[in-house]
Design a protein around this ligand. Sequence first.
Ligand SMILES: [Mg+2]
Length: 227
Amino acid sequence: MPDHAHIRHWVFDLDNTLYSGDAEFFKQIDKKMTTFISDYLKLDPPDARKVQKDYLAEYGTSLSGLMAVHGMDPAPFLEFVHDVDLSPLTPCPHLPSAIAALPGKKYIFTNGSQAHAKNVGEHLGVYDLFDGVFGIEDVDYVPKPKRSPYIKFCDVFDIDPKAAIMFEDSVRNLEVPKYMGMSTVLVTSDADWSHEPEHARPAGPGSGADWVDHMTGNLAGWLTSTT
Ligand SMILES: [Mg+2]
């Protein structure tokens, strides 16, 4: 069993991490991105979808590519894609108590917006348990897995990476934190992500990399049994 006695900072990604990828909730956001890009770039939906996924793979998020290549204003995009129906997302009844019991400070660190973190976090019953929430607006829209948002996150919340652990559903988003000294936990799901770009898709049960310390398909259970 891993020893987390030295951990004082608990860092969580939001989408497909604080809720299971099996929920298929994220598909709504994914589809709204295609609709927005189709409208914004005047492309047929299949071509818009290709742009969306190419930018996700190359720039970290589709938004980051749209800003870099087309000079797009991020605010209308974020507002549109995060305006989603929360009802398909069933809150895990064990997650709030598991997070509340963690010894130390807890944070959400997402490539989504602050408003999205609040919306989803409140729905899951965990939002008020966090000491800080870092959204894409807080890092000048430069997303994970680029290095600068992790540096800024640790700076703002005065986090010593060696005393921190990070939870993510994306393998590539754990490489920089591991290099900085954090412990890393990959949260997997049984959902089929084969339609996503190979290096930018959420992790399945067979995923892993040498910078991943632990893997779990049950976040609340893992937190409860290891702390
Ligand atoms: Mg995620």
